[in-house]
Design a protein around this ligand. Structure first.
Ligand code: CP
Ligand code: NVA
Length: 300
């Protein structure tokens, strides 16, 4: 593995080995065992969109590994004034040991990897959110001990989270059921990947997707970049809320995951969110451990 651009590029074994290392690094952190595996290394963190979790977990994570993180806002970088990504990639490769980037177009991340000579980590694009889904898989495996055979259901927008959950879930042997309204389906490339799996269901019916699910996942109805569609989306997604009535279709002890930020009263009710808050904040914590594992595997 040279980069983490999207989960479609990773084998099942590569995903599992990240999860195993993440578990180990979490254990070591909790037990005060130092792990300076990236001593003296620098990670550049380019942000073209807002972030709480990704920024803080990457910056703290590289520090815990003995390295340093550089927060690079596109408002300050020349990239924000039109310097081509090809040139940015070649320059940053001469200073840094790795780049994390959060941006709009997936192509920008792929270009950074193509023109640079250091590992590139996708910290979210419009297309996918691989770091988040690695943390989700880690959290689900912590609860159930396995991933294979579990049913993951995703309700809501066919966005970056839906795309990565479908790929990550199927590659690790989970059954994946997705309910989105017509017009908000996951990306065509992801659907064509999923077609090869008999345990994949795409429906417009949330109850069908939630039936007997072990894990129920949702995400905002209006991702970063489409905020101006907020009102239209509220109407389109009205029947796609994770609430107590929908949870009755899932298994009695089903867990709930949400990448956050959560919009209570929209994609999830206050009741369901608070009933599953421990699982949701464990998921947020696991961003730190999963990303440390990714950095070690790519940058060591
Ligand atoms: N879940 C997630 O990526 O959060 P941030 O946008 O705060 O980084
Ligand atoms: N789908 C959301 C995820 C935020 C972490 C977005 O792209 O805004």
């Amino acid at each position: 593995m040279k980069h983490l651009l999207k989960l479609l590029d990773l084998s099942t074994e590569e995903i599992i080995s990240i999860l195993d290392l993440a578990d180990q690094l979490k254990y070591e952190l909790k037990h005060g065992i130092p792990h300076p595996l990236l001593k003296g290394k620098s990670l550049g963190m380019i942000f073209q969109k807002s972030s709480t979790r990704t920024r803080v977990s990457f910056e703290t994570g590289i520090f815990q590994l003995g390295g340093q993180g550089l927060f690079l806002s596109s408002r300050d970088l020349q990239i924000g004034r039109g310097e081509p990504v090809q040139d940015t990639a070649r320059v940053l490769s001469r200073y840094l040991d790795g780049i994390m980037i959060r941006t709009f177009e997936q192509k920008e991340v792929e270009d950074l990897a193509q023109y640079g000579s250091i590992p590139v980590i996708n910290g979210l694009t419009d297309f996918c959110h691989p770091c988040q889904v690695l943390a989700d898989l880690m959290t689900i495996r912590e609860k159930y001990g396995v991933l294979e055979g579990l049913k993951l259901c995703y309700i809501g927008d066919g966005d970056n989270m839906a795309n990565s959950l479908i790929v990550g879930g199927l590659k690790t042997g989970m059954k994946v059921a997705v309910a989105t309204p017509a017009g908000y389906k996951p990306d065509a490339s992801v659907l064509s990947f999923a077609e090869g799996y008999k345990d994949f269901v795409l429906t417009e019916n949330p109850e069908e997707a939630a039936a007997d699910a072990d894990v129920v996942i949702t995400d905002t109805w209006a991702s970063m970049g489409v905020e101006d569609e907020k009102e239209a989306r509220k109407k389109a997604f009205a029947g796609y809320q994770v609430n107590d009535a929908l949870m009755k279709f899932a298994k009695a002890d089903a867990m709930v995951q949400h990448c956050l930020p959560a919009y209570r009263g929209q994609e999830i009710t206050e009741e369901v969110f608070e009933a599953h808050a421990d699982e949701i904040f464990e998921e947020a914590e696991n961003r730190l451990h999963a990303q440390k594992a990714v950095m070690v595997q790519l940058m060591q």
